[in-house]
Design a binder for this molecule. Structure first.
Ligand SMILES: Cc1cc2nc3c(=O)[nH]c(=O)nc-3n(C[C@H](O)[C@H](O)[C@H](O)COP(=O)(O)O)c2cc1C
Length: 392
């Protein structure tokens, strides 16, 4: 898409990837994505903020090459979808300096083999004058790599936040205009990219508080010209208090675990506990991750296969452990044929989850009356724990 003006001499100059359906070879992207680069023309110097993903670099570089000058290339984040075309921009503008954090300098040299001489590092809070516009660099470590930083332009009150507050939506809209749609996309993005670093994200949100931010221009998705709601949403997502919600990822080969899952859903609903259940065979793991942002309890449903959990249930559990949601309770339900170590194996896969494990319910073959009663007791225990802890 063509260059688009945000404010006087501040432009979006990114690329829209309408058809991308998977990110990081992991994350489903139902709506595609954008790679947002920005051009800021001060009265003396011009800065390019980030680049685009290398597969989209070719048509994008033609537009960049048409710019009369680029003095600085600000690299907020060394990940290749933003930094991958810096080398080609330097070929067109060999006198340009790459401005980045000290940690990102090392990473840009490792990941992209950028020449050391082209890179200038900036400290936390340092400013760079473009003449009548100023770039102020704010280090935001672990949002979501160790080297990340953002840029604030005080004259225009814009925060260029890189992946912070981002969302994956391909659109011709420059600004967010469908808040509901962007809320879900931003929550999906948060769940998969930011949730593992909840604690540091919270600190970095606090670090941005003193700045008068009227516009947030992230590196994926549309620009927020009313940034309050996304900042409020982030504050809620990083908060320590989960909701009165059970997330139930499960799998069933012959229907026995499915019957247990169905029973538990009803039992929890009868006790006013919300449930979001995901059959891992068909689920979009992004949806599962979104639910994990709020979950008070996780219940994994799995049959025993080759003496342990079904491999797909193990994958779901491994992913939940890696994403480090704030859930406080966990249990395991499922059916088996003769025996195995399903509970021990799954319980050993969640060292990152700070959860109390509630009594699992395993039953041989199809669930019996006793198994259904045990599931009712599990629902009682979950409802009581949620109430005691004030999960709303
Ligand atoms: C490939 C395969 C391997 C299995 N391995 C075990 C096992 O190691 N231990 C066990 O108790 N049951 C084992 N089973 C039996 C299932 O756990 C049992 O049929 C269970 O009731 C299936 O639950 P579902 O109906 O929810 O799929 C295995 C079943 C299959 C298909």
């Amino acid at each position: 898409m063509h260059k688009r003006t945000i404010k006087d001499r501040i432009h979006w100059i990114g690329a829209v990837d309408w058809n991308r359906r998977l990110f990081d070879s992991l994350i489903p992207l139902p709506d595609g994505t954008t790679y947002n680069a920005y051009l800021i023309e001060g009265s003396e110097k011009t800065a390019l903020l980030d680049t685009v993903d290398p597969p989209l670099a070719e048509p994008w570089l033609a537009r960049i090459a048409a710019e009369p000058k680029i003095d600085y290339i600000v690299s907020h984040h060394a990940e290749q979808d933003h930094s991958g075309a810096i080398g080609q921009v330097l070929e067109r503008f060999p006198q340009a300096k790459v401005i980045t954090s000290p940690k990102a300098k090392a990473m840009l040299m490792d990941l992209l083999h950028l020449p050391e001489a082209a890179i200038v590092t900036v400290t936390d809070g340092e400013t760079l004058s473009l003449g009548d516009k100023t770039l102020q660099f704010i280090h935001t470590p672990w949002v979501h790599w160790p080297e990340t930083m953002v840029t604030y332009v005080p004259e225009d009150q814009i925060l260029f936040s890189c992946d912070f507050f981002g969302s994956h939506i391909a659109s011709s809209d420059l600004y967010v205009n469908d808040t509901c749609r962007v809320y879900e996309a931003a929550k999906r993005y948060f769940a998969e990219i930011m949730m593992p670093f909840r604690g540091t994200i919270e600190k970095n949100i606090a670090k941005l508080k003193p700045y008068d931010i009227r516009i947030i221009a992230p590196s994926h998705g549309q620009i927020y010209d009313r940034p309050e709601w996304i900042m409020e949403a982030y504050a809620e997502w990083v908060s320590a208090q989960p909701r009165n919600l059970v997330v139930l990822p499960y799998i069933s080969m012959h229907g026995s675990t499915q019957q247990m899952v169905d029973h538990l859903i009803d039992a929890l609903a009868d006790r006013d506990v919300r449930v979001e259940a995901y059959d891992l065979v068909v689920t979009d793991i992004g949806k599962l991750a979104i639910s994990l942002v709020d979950a008070g309890t996780i219940v994994v449903g799995t049959p025993t296969v080759l003496a342990g959990p079904h491999p797909v249930a193990a994958y779901g559990t491994f992913l939940a452990n890696a994403l480090r949601p704030k859930a406080r309770f966990l249990s395991i339900i499922g059916s088996y044929g003769w025996g195995g170590k399903t509970v021990e194996t799954l319980a050993g896969m969640i060292p990152n989850l700070k959860v109390e494990v509630l009594d699992p319910v395993l039953c041989k073959g199809q669930p019996t009356v006793q198994a259904f009663e045990a599931l009712d007791r599990l629902a009682d225990a979950i409802a009581a724990k949620h109430k005691e802890n004030g999960f709303a």
